[in-house]
Design a binder for this molecule. Structure first.
Ligand code: ZN
Length: 313
């Protein structure tokens, strides 16, 4: 069946770490505004000038939209909305790369809602339906509702939550955590979210230790003695203070600790015993997204020879 040329009547892509609580203006992407938050403890709303608690803005936005995939949009994912005129019985090919998504984007969730004309869209597939959308192209079949002569014509709103690619070794783990949360599979989501933090934090600590101890002894210490909890709560804050680098905000570290406890419950008791709610998962993912951005922010300072610390913005 041939695809039809698409001519959207509305397109919008949002990548915002929540909204300013004072004026509700959309905040920048998390990757863009997190450094100011780590340096200053807040960000300044570019619309009204209010000091904004970025953590609270991102978390409250995500909690309000939980458990839908839209909740992930304030934690580092993006949301593209397209309104498409459709005719029932026809197949439409929607390329997200034509509407603001990069080629390496991964789709986390989709929503199709008929707006006018008694029709909506469903995902069109071959004889082995994929359970996740692979790639960045949607194949949609317009289907009619109710009675009346065919075809039906009208508009369908398409909302897609997707996440960018990233060079960091830890990023794929964070993406898998997001994918699992979008599928409402919360226990694996938290396990992968914690992996993302470990993988982004441990090499920074190991690099500092290796400056004053043999590589072999440091490797043994990191693999055999230094637990994630002590690394996060003792070693990392100590190193950051010594290097005059902003310490991880207590609220983020506290939520990472909470996630660690939930993750340990999952590992030791199994996913059935360790019930993980959507609220647990969203707070854990928020902590993981902030923790990941924090490591990205302080990483160059920990890896450099300078002890001058980060310049504040
Ligand atoms: Zn504002």
């Amino acid at each position: 069946m041939a695809s039809n040329a698409i001519n959207p009547s509305f397109i919008d892509t949002r990548e915002a770490a929540g909204s300013c609580p004072a004026c509700l203006y959309r905040l920048p992407r998390l990757v863009e505004c997190a450094p100011s938050y780590f340096n200053d403890g807040h960000i300044i709303c570019k619309h009204c000038g209010a000091k904004t608690d970025l953590w609270q803005a991102a978390l409250s936005h995500a909690v309000a939209l939980s458990p839908t995939g839209w909740a992930l949009a304030s934690l580092g994912a993006a949301q593209t909305s397209i309104v498409l005129p459709m005719e029932s019985g026809k197949v439409y090919e929607v390329k997200l790369t034509d509407h603001g998504a990069p080629a390496d984007a991964k789709i986390l969730s989709t929503n199709y809602t008929g707006q006018t004309g008694n029709l909506t869209a469903i995902e069109w597939h071959g004889n082995s339906p994929p359970r996740r959308v692979v790639g960045t192209v949607l194949h949609l079949l317009a289907v009619p509702f109710g009675d009346g002569p065919l075809p039906h014509e009208g508009r369908v709103a398409i909302t897609v939550v997707w996440i960018r690619g990233d060079e960091s070794p830890a990023w794929p783990y964070l993406v898998t955590a997001f994918e699992a949360a979008a599928a409402r599979d919360y226990a694996p989501s938290l396990v992968f979210a914690q992996c993302a933090i470990e993988i982004s934090m441990m090499p920074l600590i190991e690099d500092r230790f290796r400056r004053h101890a043999s590589a072999e002894r440091v490797k043994n210490f990191m693999r055999g003695a230094l637990t994630y909890g002590y690394a996060l709560n003792v070693v990392l804050p100590y190193l950051c203070a010594e290097l005059h680098v902003p310490k991880m905000p207590d609220v983020v570290r506290g939520s990472l600790n909470k996630m660690r406890e939930r993750r340990n419950d999952i590992i030791h008791e199994g996913t059935k015993a360790a019930t993980v709610t959507s609220q647990d998962a969203i707070e854990g993912l928020c902590a993981a997204a902030f923790g990941f951005e924090y490591m990205r922010h302080i990483g160059p300072s920990l890896l450099s020879d300078s002890v001058s610390g980060l310049e504040t913005q």
